[in-house]
Design a protein around this ligand. Structure first.
Ligand code: PMP
Length: 386
């Protein structure tokens, strides 16, 4: 397969072949007893991977944005106050979603490449009372990693429901949803969870479900309404058939397989592997003399990196050369800075060979496009870290 390229973008990622095989099997009925077992197992495995044993898992056909939308639609009533902690593009998206449901939204925006300090968040929570707080664990536009444990603790202390957008972190960065008191953790299938795009995944705490049950107005989103989905998820978990909207059957079968592989690897092993990959990539980029969008090691994601181009580098030419070298990378996402940086996804099945090939391609593209550096200086860092 000489034409095969390695997909090193922040989702969709390279999927395990056992997971992809699930996509090709003849689609069973969504009420087939074997499929009901698969759905039940997937819901239980989600709670294990999110580390939220008493939570309520939801698996719904859609994308990560639907998962964001569902949390907002079900927990917000018109006039509720919500606080968005924004570390980039997806934080601002959450503010837009919340406004659609009538929330009065305040945004605490981080400086580019940094997080909002816990002091600033706490100050805001003392100053004003909120029903809901959202934050992006890893903002895919900046590769900034938030301190989820501390934000969860602050949320509990100030009695505000916390929603973690984990689209770019679940199954890559450590999350202990229950221990850290985070009310909703949501993600999508195509990133570190390791399943082709098409599933919105969410685990809600019992506290979040209680807040939903205490609503006085109907949920202003028909498809996403938990009134429709809760009985379906409960039935499937209890190995009974149920229906509201047809599940994405093959994707759910693939999800069970991928979650089994994740649990088999061991969550701590998996988080450590991502940390090592993140450190190795950052060391390689630094050795090549390039900067990073994320400000320091502490706030740098392990699932993706956002290196800055050297001056004079043409982004399109650079990415095209990397592509000719067999690696697909992503451009910048922040509209105002998209020509200043690129993004490397290193999550899910990523291994040492993938990282070596990626840094090798980046070295070649830099060299071929007029940036001088010692060949091999970046790849050496990958070897050192593994
Ligand atoms: N949040 C974050 C942090 C993301 O990275 C993404 C996707 N890149 C989304 C939300 C939206 O997910 P989707 O594209 O699956 O709707």
């Amino acid at each position: 397969m000489k034409s095969r390229k390695l997909l090193m973008i922040p989702g969709p990622i390279e999927f395990e072949s056992e997971v992809l095989q699930c996509m090709a099997i003849p689609t069973p009925s969504h009420v087939d007893p074997d499929f009901i077992d698969t759905f039940s197992n997937s819901l239980k495995l989600m709670k294990e991977v999110f580390q939220c044993p008493s939570g309520q898992a939801f698996i719904v056909a859609g994308t990560g944005t639907l998962a964001m939308d569902m949390a907002a639609a079900n927990l917000i009533e018109a006039g509720d106050k919500a606080l968005v902690i924004s570390t980039g593009y997806f934080g601002l998206r959450y503010a837009e979603i919340l406004k659609r449901y009538g929330a009065e939204v305040d945004i605490l925006e981080a400086e580019l490449g940094d997080i909002v300090s816990m002091e600033r968040i706490e100050q805001q929570l003392k100053f004003k009372s909120y029903k809901l707080l959202t934050f992006t664990h890893v903002d895919t536009s900046t590769a900034v990693l938030n301190d989820a444990k501390s934000i969860g603790t602050l949320g509990k202390k100030h009695k505000v429901l916390t929603v973690l957008d984990g689209v770019c972190s679940v199954a890559a960065e450590e999350i202990k949803q229950e221990e850290w008191d985070i009310d909703v953790v949501l993600t999508a299938s195509q990133k570190a969870v390791g399943v082709p795009p098409g599933l919105a995944l969410l685990v809600a705490s019992q506290n979040a479900i209680k807040a939903f049950e205490q609503r006085t107005s109907p949920v202003a989103n028909y498809y996403g309404d938990w009134t429709n989905w809760l009985p379906v998820m409960k039935a499937y978990e209890d190995r009974k058939a149920s229906y509201f909207g047809t599940p994405a059957v093959n994707l759910v079968i693939a999800l069970e397989k991928s979650l089994q592989l994740i649990v088999k690897e061991g969550l701590d092993n998996r988080f450590n592997r991502h940390q090592r990959a993140g450190k190795a990539i950052r060391a390689a980029i630094e050795a090549l003399g390039l900067g990073m969008l994320s400000k320091n090691e502490q706030v740098s994601a392990n699932a993706l990196s956002a290196p800055l181009y050297p001056s004079q580098m043409d982004p399109a030419t650079f990415l095209q050369t990397v592509n000719q070298e067999g690696i697909i990378l992503a451009g910048g996402l922040l509209p105002e800075l998209k020509n200043n940086y690129f993004r490397i996804g290193h999550m899910g099945s990523v291994n040492k060979s993938d990282l070596l090939a990626t840094i090798g391609a980046i070295e070649t593209a830099l060299m071929n496009n007029g940036y001088s550096h010692e060949l091999g200086i970046g790849t050496a860092q990958i070897l050192k870290h593994f």
